[in-house]
Design a protein around this ligand. Structure first.
Ligand code: ZN
Length: 232
């Protein structure tokens, strides 16, 4: 599939961040002197599905939060809600508890419950699959059945649990697996687009949509790089 060379709409990748630092970074982005406007992937779905001639705004920016940590719900969601800003949550579905009144954790931190994810969905947040088990696709790269299960299984669990349409986007665990033919076959069969975890100026298409990792530090350097494409 054709690769596009033009820098794509900046997609920022967060995991966990202190509310104070996130508020500072968000204020930097939306300050009238810069005027970035956070939108969702679905608002530009035609653009990401390779119709790059689709119009978009120079001020478009997309906020993504990986791994569905409870800290997002407690600390970041209230900030975004107050400003009527939406974001995209990437969910490794095995780490969301199926039992009421219990909570799972991933990577040492508690994750959200289905109820919390439903609240976010009902509030206009975009919830997309991030695999079932958060396995690195490098570890299962020759097993199409397992790859399908991780990709399609997590998409279908989300749709069922949230009572939503099947997501049109997938988020690679560890950012691994993009560019592999077998992975792109599964994505193409299911008409899914997929998010990577980095951008170093390579070409991109709907199966390898770049993101910029944003450190939760009192610095705007990562943001500057994401919106401008240059380091400062
Ligand atoms: Zn992850």
């Amino acid at each position: 599939m054709q690769l596009f060379q033009a820098k794509p709409i900046p997609i920022l990748m967060y995991h966990q961040c202190s509310p104070t630092i996130f508020q500072q970074q968000l204020s930097w982005l939306i300050d009238p002197s810069r005027g970035y406007v956070p939108i969702t992937l679905h608002e530009r779905i035609k653009y990401f599905e390779n119709l790059v001639s689709e119009p978009f705004n120079e001020t478009d920016i997309i906020l993504t939060f990986d791994d569905a940590f409870q800290s997002f719900f407690n600390d970041i969601y209230p900030i975004l809600k107050r400003l009527h800003i939406s974001a995209t949550i990437c969910v490794p579905t095995n780490f969301i508890s199926s039992e009421p009144n219990t909570r799972c954790s991933w990577n040492g931190s508690p994750t959200m419950t289905w109820e919390e994810l439903r609240i976010l969905k009902d509030d206009g947040f975009e919830i997309i699959p991030h695999s079932l088990s958060h396995v690195s696709f490098n570890a299962i790269e020759n097993d199409k059945t397992k790859l399908r299960n991780e990709i399609i299984g997590s998409r279908d669990v989300l749709a069922e649990k949230l009572g939503d349409e099947p997501a049109a986007f997938f988020c690679f665990p560890y950012g691994a697996g993009w560019g592999k033919t077998i992975v792109e076959e599964v994505l193409a069969e299911e008409r899914l687009s997929a998010l990577r975890a980095e951008y170093k100026g390579e070409g991109w298409n709907r199966f390898r949509i770049p993101r910029w990792n944003i450190s939760c530090q009192p610095s705007f350097a990562d943001l500057f790089e994401a919106v401008s494409g240059y380091s400062c």
